[in-house]
Design a protein around this ligand. Structure first.
Ligand code: NIG
Ligand code: FE
Length: 405
């Protein structure tokens, strides 16, 4: 008889599988792991009598899929608290950006930081997310805007995640802003992104996907289209910062390239929602940025629901618009700001977040999936989007192991 590596007993399990009961709940349950994957789960009463190398009683607590933060800018140097204060005195994000602050301020700081400084600051933020149950995180470049710094950012992202023992998906965001060297020459910068940066990034295998910022203060749909064309020709999946500050046709553009996700979407119109639905593109909502920018235009949540567009939520952790290093706070914000239900929030950081990253081996607790599991001292999984500032995580398993063990 085959041994199990790990057996978790006496648990309530929220599988987050779609289509079944709310949260996919199995009460009085057990879960077994072999080779980092879920080999069995079900009611304790049906537990086959197999030997397990390690058995852990969950003592009636809850197991959920480990959480996934599918949109972050975790690698950056410095912060923009001064700009935050300026905004609260009346300056807008766009004004600060047009005056050389905003993303460009972080670009200067990040270019000046060496890899070990960047790694140290990134690791602190990553550990906060892990401490709240994240086992997979997406990290973008985009504060280098030159080959050397973009590559440094992606390398740091991979290295820090490996040393912390969690999964990372890296995203090349070269088309985040026009760097000072290309001031007034956005098209020439896009040429550089397409002709030099993307081929080098592809060759180095440092990026799992390609993102861009489609907005009047950043790049047009035509410019982003060129980046996406090139990324697609290299076999790299795409995603987009779309319709955050204006309806720039971002959702339709993302859908036309079968993007993994279209993110932000505050200003997306119904045609954009329809296009996302048709393409199977995930809508990633970012309540931390909405809160920090004091936005009032809500993303079209009801239309996304009506059209069955999968909704994910993420921290968007970045120094400018979302200085948020908490996935749990993000879940709570998504309920209060966007009126997502606690179940939608949990799906948004598990099943749908996995899909937003093109990962079909996690985000649900099912046989054959990776054993990325979070254990919580709660009475019901709806509490994960309800409490603010608490942390009920008691254990995190990444591919069946506690990170660091
Ligand atoms: O996701 N919108 C563009 N990118 C970031 C902001 C980056 C910054 O301001 O540093 C975002 O909101
Ligand atoms: Fe972002």
């Amino acid at each position: 008889m085959q041994d199990w590596d790990l057996l978790l007993t006496d648990a309530s399990i929220a599988t987050m599988s779609s289509g079944g009961a709310a949260y996919g709940i199995i009460e009085d349950a057990a879960l077994a792991v072999v080779d980092g994957q879920i080999a069995w789960l079900g009611a304790m009463a049906d537990l086959p009598a197999l030997h397990a190398r390690e058995t852990v009683s969950i003592d009636g607590r809850w197991l959920t899929p480990a959480l996934i933060d599918c949109h972050t800018h975790l690698v950056f140097a410095g912060n923009r608290a001064a700009e935050f204060e300026q905004r609260l005195k009346g300056a807008t994000y766009e004004e600060i950006s047009r005056n050389g602050g905003g993303i460009m301020a972080t670009v200067s700081a990040t270019r000046a930081a060496d890899a070990s400084t960047l790694a140290g600051q990134t690791a602190s933020r990553l550990q906060l997310l892990m401490a709240e149950g994240c086992a997979t995180i997406e990290i973008k470049s985009g504060y280098g805007l030159d080959m050397q710094t973009e590559i440094r950012m992606l390398e740091v992202a991979r290295r820090v995640a490996a040393s912390c023992g969690i999964s990372v998906r890296t995203t090349f965001l070269g088309a985040h802003a026009v760097p000072v060297e290309f001031c007034g020459k956005a098209d020439a910068y896009i040429d550089l992104v397409c002709e030099e940066m993307l081929p080098a990034i592809h060759e180095s295998q440092l990026a799992d996907a390609v993102d861009a910022y489609c907005e009047p203060i950043a790049f047009s749909t035509e410019q982003v289209g060129r980046v996406f064309q090139k990324a697609s020709s290299l076999g790299l999946p795409v995603k987009l910062h779309a319709d955050q500050l204006s309806d720039s046709g971002g959702a339709e553009l993302a859908a036309s390239f079968n993007a993994l996700s279209a993110d932000h979407l505050e200003y997306t119109h119904f045609n954009g929602v329809k296009a996302l639905a048709k393409a199977g593109t995930v809508a990633v909502l970012l309540p931390g940025a909405f809160l920090t920018l004091g936005e009032t235009k809500l993303p079209p949540v009801n239309q996304l629901r009506d059209e069955s567009v999968p909704i994910a939520i993420a921290t968007d952790c970045n120094p400018g618009t979302s200085p948020v290093c908490s996935i749990r706070t993000t879940m709570a914000l998504a309920t209060s700001l966007f009126r997502l239900t606690p179940e939608e929030c949990l799906a948004g950081v598990t099943r749908n977040a996995a899909r937003a990253l093109g990962l079909n081996d996690r985000g649900r607790l099912e046989v054959g999936m990776r054993a990325d599991i979070a254990a919580w001292d709660i009475g019901h999984p709806q509490e994960l989007s309800y409490w603010i500032g608490t942390n009920e995580l008691t254990d995190l398993y990444v591919a069946g192991r506690r990170p660091g063990q």
